[in-house]
Design a protein. Structure first.
Length: 263
């Protein structure tokens, strides 16, 4: 049984191919202008890596913002369900999944089978998403990948109090240029401000251990550490890139579909 999961989000697209419950290949790309372009490109890469063709796939499930526009998918499932299912499959003890993507944040509670029990999403504000970190990195003149590691070396994090991204930008610029504060301390303050916004969402759902963080922001060590301190937990490491979790979950739903249909 060969299945595929394709996750087309706001900033990136992911594809995972599995055979009999084992991952054969996976790919991540930046999104293209249209969801179907992103889906085709990332799946082409995953198929090439696995040495397969589209005809070899028994079932493909799509997820993410563009899930309904992927022409080769047999079915689509929400990213909330896919991240919950994928995270619990990768780490069976996980019960709380914090998915922080480019344009939204979701907190998902699952049972021992990865079934969705409860969830919450942020509003349309960018303050609790990857866009906020991209924006703040630009303000500091840093690459996005530098923001997390730089923040970990701070001894005096600067509190960023504004919830709005636009006002937060003004606050960071003031500290950086008028008070000549160290960018490392500002990076730490930005990471903590992001974690506070995510934590507020987590509290709406409640924390049940174990906890894991998925999505692109899971790669920001500063945000993850600040969030762990606030929640008083240690985030569980996953065996795959945290951006792939939704596509892994989509593969699992594809397996379910084949099992139920008897195909």
């Amino acid at each position: 049984m060969i299945v595929a999961g394709c996750d087309v989000g706001s900033l990136s697209a992911e594809a995972v191919i599995m055979r009999d419950g084992s991952i054969l290949s996976s790919q991540i790309i930046k999104v293209r202008p249209r969801p179907e372009q992103s889906a085709s490109e990332v799946m082409d890469k995953a198929l090439s890596e696995a040495g397969l063709a589209y005809g070899d796939i028994d079932c493909c499930v799509s997820t993410g913002y563009g899930r309904e526009k992927i022409p080769f998918a047999n079915n689509n499932v929400s990213e909330i369900s896919c991240h919950g299912r994928g995270a619990q499959w990768l780490c069976p003890t996980v019960r709380t999944v914090i998915d922080v993507g480019g344009q939204d944040c979701k907190v998902v509670r699952v049972d021992e089978n990865g079934k969705l029990m409860n969830f919450a999403m942020n509003d349309k504000c960018a303050a609790g998403t990857g866009r906020f970190l991209e924006f703040m990195a630009e303000v500091l003149g840093l690459e996005l990948e530098e923001l997390g590691p730089r923040s970990l070396s701070s001894q005096q994090p600067i509190a960023i109090t504004n919830m709005c991204s636009i006002f937060a930008e003004s606050e960071v610029l003031y500290y950086r240029w008028y008070e000549a504060r160290d960018p490392v301390d500002l990076a730490a303050g930005i990471s903590r401000a992001m974690a506070e916004r995510v934590n507020a969402l987590v509290q709406r759902v409640g924390v049940e251990q174990d906890v894991c963080v998925t999505g692109g922001v899971a790669k920001n060590a500063g945000v993850v550490r600040a969030l762990e301190e606030m929640l008083q937990v240690t985030s569980q490491a996953l065996a795959v890139d945290p951006q792939l979790v939704g596509a892994v979950g989509a593969c699992l739903f594809a397996q379910d579909h084949l099992s139920k249909s008897g195909s």
